[in-house]
Design a protein around this ligand. Structure first.
Ligand code: HEM
Ligand SMILES: *[C@@H]1O[C@H](CO)[C@@H](O)[C@H](O)[C@H]1NC(C)=O
Ligand SMILES: *[C@@H]1O[C@H](CO)[C@@H](O)[C@H](O)[C@H]1NC(C)=O
Ligand SMILES: *[C@@H]1O[C@H](CO)[C@@H](O)[C@H](O)[C@H]1NC(C)=O
Ligand SMILES: CC(=O)N[C@H]1CO[C@H](CO)[C@@H](O)[C@@H]1O
Length: 218
């Protein structure tokens, strides 16, 4: 795992295109009056978590991406499944989404509910956490406008088709990104996110030359 992120600015710019700033009511100072401690509470808990679990940054970045490409950056990925509905986070595709990232969001939401009940959305928490962590591990710092609303629903069946898999041919991956109005250049830039983080052996071991099924995997 490499934490050198000097190319990160290449992929964050297209990523912001997923947020239609011009047509929305998002603002820089959305919580200035209702929750002035929002930035400091975020920073304190994020620093603690990243120090204790250094894989958190990559986990949050991936979580943010997977949330945004399925119905927008609305925290629908954080909703748990219930007896009636299997939620996005339990889609087969998403099984390997990192536990430390979910844990950080729970910690942030819990702290902010105590300080400013019913005020800060999970969608904003995820957007700001991704920005703070990217910056913390050596990437750029960029402005995040606020005021996202959380989704009230989340369905595993909404996930397929929105997220590229390692098994997809290139033209299919390009088509998935094109459906989000992201160009090939933006797809390449966004893939730079893999500068940090882990992949499980099961995702790629079968493609290693002369791979033997009796080798140790997982
Ligand atoms: C282009 C299509 C993409 C494919 C096929 C893809 C696929 C994958 C796969 C298979 C993993 C390993 C998951 C695991 O084994 O746990 C992974 C990890 C990751 N992906 Fe992607 N990804 C894509 C695009 C993106 C984008 C656009 C971002 C963010 C901007 C992103 C961020 C990450 C991060 C940060 C990790 C590491 C997560 C961790 O360490 O916990 N990926 N990706
Ligand atoms: C912005 O806020 C106004 C007033 O609350 C509302 O009518 C409008 O639909 C909002 N626009 C968007 C894009 O959410
Ligand atoms: C992509 O762009 C087209 C044309 O501007 C627009 O109608 C469509 O809603 C956009 N799709 C997404 C996912 O933003
Ligand atoms: C492939 O693996 C087999 C068994 O592990 C080994 O005997 C063989 O030499 C390998 N071939 C190459 C080209 O590495
Ligand atoms: C680790 C894991 O669960 N991978 C699965 C991700 O989704 C694809 C497509 O549904 C499966 O083929 C993988 O086995």
């Amino acid at each position: 795992m490499a934490f050198s992120l000097h190319r990160l600015h290449l992929f964050l710019l297209p990523f912001l295109a997923l947020i239609p700033i011009t047509n929305s009511n998002l603002t820089k100072d959305y919580y200035a009056k209702t929750c002035p401690q929002f930035p400091t509470t975020m920073e304190r808990i994020i620093v603690d978590k990243q120090m204790a679990a250094p894989t958190t940054a990559a986990g949050i970045l991936r979580l943010f991406f997977h949330d945004c490409v399925v119905g927008g950056c609305d925290a629908s990925l954080l909703i748990a499944s219930n007896a009636h509905t299997t939620a996005e986070r339990d889609a087969e595709l998403n099984r390997s989404l990192p536990g430390d990232a979910f844990d950080l969001i729970v910690r942030l939401k819990t702290a902010l509910e105590l300080e400013c009940p019913n005020t800060v959305s999970c969608a904003d928490i995820l957007a700001v956490a991704a920005r703070n962590l990217v910056s913390m591990v050596g990437g750029p710092y960029y402005e995040v406008v606020l005021g996202r609303k959380d989704s009230l629903e989340s369905r595993a069946s909404d996930v397929p088709g929105h997220i590229a898999t390692p098994y997809m041919p290139m033209d299919k991956i390009i088509a998935v990104f094109a459906s989000k109005n992201l160009t090939v250049q933006e797809l390449v830039a966004l893939s730079g996110a893999h500068t940090i983080g882990f992949a499980h052996c099961s995702e790629f071991s079968h493609r290693i030359f002369n791979f033997s099924s009796t080798s140790q995997v997982l």
